[in-house]
Design a protein around this ligand. Sequence first.
Ligand code: OSB
Ligand code: MG
Length: 382
Amino acid sequence: MNDFQLQIKKVTLHKLFMKLKSPFETSFGLFKDREFFVIEVEDETGEIGFGESVAFALPLYNEETNKTVKHVLEDFLIPLAMDKPIHHPDELSERFKTIKRNYMAKSAIEGAIWDLYAKRRQQTLAETIGGVKKEIEVGISIGIQDSIEELLKIVDGYVKQGYKRMKIKIKPGRDYELIRKVREKFPNISIMVDANSAYTLDDFSIFAKLDTLDLMMIEQPLAHDDIIDHAKLQAKINTPICLDESIHSLEDAKKAIELGSCKIINIKVGRVGGITEAKKIHDYCQKHGIDVWCGGMLESGIGRAHNVAISTLAQFTLPGDTAGSSRYWEEDIVDPEIEVRNGVISVQDSPGIGHKLKRSLLESLRTEMFVIQNKKMREAKR
Ligand SMILES: O=C(O)CCC(=O)c1ccccc1C(=O)O
Ligand SMILES: [Mg+2]
């Protein structure tokens, strides 16, 4: 096991453009489509792994964009990944340490290498990272709607489909009254809200009212880079606060937990720089009794498959934003598509992410492609 190694021969960045089935509105903006990179890594044996970058076209969720991801991958991370053989994917976060932040770029290449590594070992990605579940529970994220009638109808539809919890996006002016009506109509379902950092402590009265609605949690109510005000808010309400945007690393998680800024953490592999860091946060939360769940970034099936794998770790005790392929896409780029049955996904049992890429569909959705060859290997062969 110790003498295992893989050497990266070639990395291909496929930039895709996919139209969403219907627009998705958050407090920071409206998505009508999704532009992102699929990362394909090939090693010296010809084995291939896939990763997905979760950055958006615009820096509205955090500071990264498709352009920064491409720049950082091409100029820094891919050369570091190709520099010498890899014995285990956990080595990469150490190798990337000199490059500050740029977590989504790091996660994109690291994820592809995890998939490749798992395939080389003939294991599922879930097994490779230490997952223990064969099935995971799934919640759904519902964008801001034009009317309460529309919102109630959508919630009703997802309740009937069996989703295990409803997450409803909120923003100032579209919060308490709407959620109160949803709670009134559905007294017994799990409801949470996600503000995507749209409020400040001046809005305390809104949180005091939301606190009466028996919500599972309130996700990232305050600034994207804050943990101090979140601690002040958490001290004044019973509803657990869940942090998303504020947590980029194990260090961030430790500080937030110590301060009492949250009781729950949403782990997005892309936001924390990859699976290795996500596992560290998971393990720490497990030790400290903090529930975690897997967030989503409107991924294609490649990113979703990685999310399913990470969700099989034991401390992912709450349903994640891992709704299936048909939630956002007319047709997904993976085969089989990610399928949710009665609010549950069955974890694939074929090696790696367990889903094949639909190559011709990928090509038809591709707007740009960049191929980076390992020059060292080419020279060695000559
Ligand atoms: O992928 C999903 O289904 C979750 C969607 C979601 O809530 C979201 C989508 C885009 C950006 C941020 C978020 C979020 O979790 O905050
Ligand atoms: Mg969120």
